[in-house]
Design a protein around this ligand. Structure first.
Ligand SMILES: NC(=O)c1ccc[n+]([C@@H]2O[C@H](COP(=O)([O-])OP(=O)(O)OC[C@H]3O[C@@H](n4cnc5c(N)ncnc54)[C@H](O)[C@@H]3O)[C@@H](O)[C@H]2O)c1
Length: 448
């Protein structure tokens, strides 16, 4: 495969930028749906942030760039640090927020909220989501929906019972580049031909355990009340069984969600190999290395999808490749990556270039691709670039989709049912590692 493709070519031509705004608008317009309950008064939505750690603050910062969003409350058990920091930032931006330690107090006192953004550790998602939905609030809950399917089912049932919206934070589903690839290239143009395989990965370098400023440590009794044994566990919850799901859930869930979306189906079986090979098992209960293979059975035939997450080496970073008999789509949330590669024998893509769905390779690339390097090697096809450039915060369109759905202007791009399907597919990888064998999904497993 072409070297630039794997290394994520960061090359943007000026004319793509000019075309981007128009194309993005064109991509998004057809997916606007109407019909949800209308708001009574102004367009302003009053929201709370529940969990103001690193991701909560990413969501908060994205919301500060969205019109008509007013924060009214921040809830976080780390009073002296994250709660205080988020409250100060919001106050600096003119939001009159009340800080809370316990979400039940917040729900008891805040009577004018429209929605809540939940970015607490995975094992808290179900209690927080159910509590908020039952208080009449719409919920944006970060992925993974929950660390257990039993709890995730509780979330789905409560969303259905209350009729409130539940968006799960698989934000690529609202990303204009992914929307373009799905709606225009895969569905409409069927540009890959017959999709036969997928590979994706998230590789990252060795990282030290997360620490904390000692003077801001949470008292042990408070930690225990909220399910943590120590400050170390509180900061590094992702690695602990019962709290998170390890890197395959933390990182892989985003990309496996895209596998299902672009395949327009759900996996039939999964096999996986993994283990805590590098880190200390006492503090890294979940696997630091996982390699999984999903099998899909679609009406068009079988698709095999490989996914790996490494936490000891960052080679090639993170991306998803969709490989069909007529071409390859290389896509990543990383804004500088993305491109299409036509198989030499497949029909011309000129039509799609003329329609603005792709940007043709530069003549220099075409010349380079005809050079024979080695007779045994397949010559890498030239890269067609994607015409959509997206430079906003990655989570902003998904949040906007949530807010516009509350306003009745759109429908959710990742509602509780999609979130649940992805949780079923992803959590099964850890089961397959543990079982040491191929596990078959019962289609009923994906339904609540
Ligand atoms: N969508 C994405 O790209 C993305 C990226 C990173 C993290 N996440 C998700 O966001 C969530 C949070 O991850 P993070 O990296 O911010 O973790 P974090 O540990 O940095 O932050 C969690 C915050 O929740 C608070 N908290 C813990 N228990 C609480 C409780 N019971 N009530 C109130 N506050 C509580 C903590 O004090 C902390 O401030 C996770 O579900 C994670 O999977 C999503």
């Amino acid at each position: 495969m072409k070297k630039e493709m794997l290394s994520g070519k960061i090359k943007r031509r000026d004319f793509i930028k000019t075309a981007a705004a128009a194309t993005t608008a064109g991509v998004l317009a057809p997916y606007v749906h109407r019909g949800h309950a209308q708001l009574n008064n102004s367009d302003e939505l009053r929201i709370a942030l529940l969990g103001a750690g690193s991701q909560g603050q990413v969501l908060m910062n994205a919301c500060l760039k969205i019109k008509d969003i007013r924060f009214a409350a921040v809830c976080d058990i780390w009073e002296a640090y994250n709660q205080r920091r988020a409250t100060r930032i919001l106050q600096k931006y003119g939001h009159d927020v009340t800080p809370y330690l316990d979400y039940r107090d917040m729900l008891a006192r805040e009577k004018n909220l429209d929605g809540v953004l939940i970015a607490t550790p995975d094992f808290w998602h179900a209690d927080h989501t159910v509590g908020c939905l039952e208080s009449g609030l719409h919920v944006y809950c970060e992925k993974e929906m929950s660390n257990t399917l039993e709890q995730a089912r509780r979330m789905v049932k409560t969303a259905r019972k209350t009729g409130k919206l539940l968006q799960i934070g698989h934000q690529r589903r609202s990303n204009p580049r992914y929307l373009h690839c799905y709606h225009k290239l895969i569905k409409e143009a069927q540009i890959l031909g017959k999709l036969t395989s997928i590979n994706g990965q998230w590789n990252r370098s060795v990282q030290p355990d997360l620490g904390w400023p000692r003077k801001y440590a949470i008292p042990p009794a408070v930690l225990r009340r909220y399910g943590f044994q120590s400050m170390h566990q509180f900061r590094n919850w992702r690695w602990f069984k019962g709290l998170g799901g390890g890197p395959i859930v933390d990182l892989g869930s985003h990309q496996i969600d895209i596998f299902n979306w672009f395949v327009q189906g759900l996996p039939h079986a999964v096999m996986a190999s993994g283990g805590t090979d590098y880190y200390d098992k006492a503090t890294h209960e979940w696997y630091d290395t996982v390699m999984a293979i999903y099998e899909y059975k679609t009406p068009a035939g079988a698709i095999r999808a490989y996914y790996q997450t490494l936490t000891t080496n960052s080679s090639e970073g993170y991306f998803e490749n969709f490989l069909g008999d007529e071409g390859t789509l290389h896509i990543s949330e990383s804004a500088g990556r993305g491109g299409m590669y036509r198989e030499p024998s497949s029909p011309s893509w000129e039509k799609w270039v003329e329609m603005g769905y792709l940007v043709a390779p530069e003549p220099a690339d075409l010349t380079a691709s005809t050079a024979v390097l080695d007779v045994r090697e397949t010559i890498a096809p030239p890269e067609h670039e994607l015409p959509v450039v997206f430079n906003d915060p990655y989570h902003k369109p998904h949040l906007q989709n949530f807010f516009n759905s509350i306003r009745g202007l759109e429908t959710l791009n990742c509602d509780h049912d999609h979130g649940y399907e992805t949780a079923v597919a992803v959590l099964k990888v850890n089961d397959a590692v543990q079982a040491g064998r191929r596990l078959v999904f019962d289609p009923k497993e994906f339904k609540v």
